[in-house]
Design a protein around this ligand. Sequence first.
Ligand SMILES: [Ca+2]
Length: 283
Amino acid sequence: MDCRDDETGLQCWAFEDDSFYPTRRLQGAVTVYAALESAAEAAEYYGEDGDFLNALRARMSELKDAIRAYLYNEEEGEFMPNQFMIDIDSGRHEWNLQSEKNPGAQAWLIWPVGVFKGEAEEASQAEKLLEYVRPHLEGKTEGFSYLGKILIALALFYRNDPDKMAEVRELANILLKDVPTQDTHHMGEVVVSIDTDGDGVADVFDNRVAIPHVWEQSLGYMLAMAVYSPEAFSSFETSLQKSPSCTCSHSPAGPDGIFTIVLAMIIFLVPWCVFRMKYRGVA
Ligand SMILES: [Ca+2]
């Protein structure tokens, strides 16, 4: 709640992702939005109402408006390139100091966060990401990194669109089958695309950096699930539904918690008592 910029309504300064400088970019905005949304859902789940819940929702709404106002380029139809950054040496706040895209953050905005779920900005961003991924996997660029993030978001976004889903599946197959190393099928954090015969199309995807890269491999697994079993991904809304029989209260140690403690005591105490009785008998 306190991570807020008075001037813009965006989030506070932070070392976002790998940045050496405090920034105020899409990645941080999406992360703070996810935190607010989770806090609001948890508060509601535990029976909070009134001022606190309203304040969380109001802040979510303000942040969403600020993302649209400052981090969305309507002409391009995608979230980028503007960002705030602090110049450490001068202490000055700079606007739009770096303007490269952050496709990973653009993907997080679609999944898992869903800031603009069902809205035009989200659909436009998905189109742009699909355009971004294809040339990389067709070997027409110098290399790439973390395309799994993007394809997971696209697979879940297009899950009910057979044509788009076929396209995402085709690209996912290249990433999962052709890009990993031969024999052991490992992935690096970075892939360098090498054109060995000079025809402008890469013939070798060369994995580099920290092989096997656990996060890239994990994204690969999640991508396979997203492409072939998108229903396995539940949204926040479904995962935090209170069951009709739930007697949850503000205290996490409700009746269920007490029952668990008593059960655990029985499980551990009974064998211990039996052991003690036997020991005494032998002694
Ligand atoms: Ca070639």
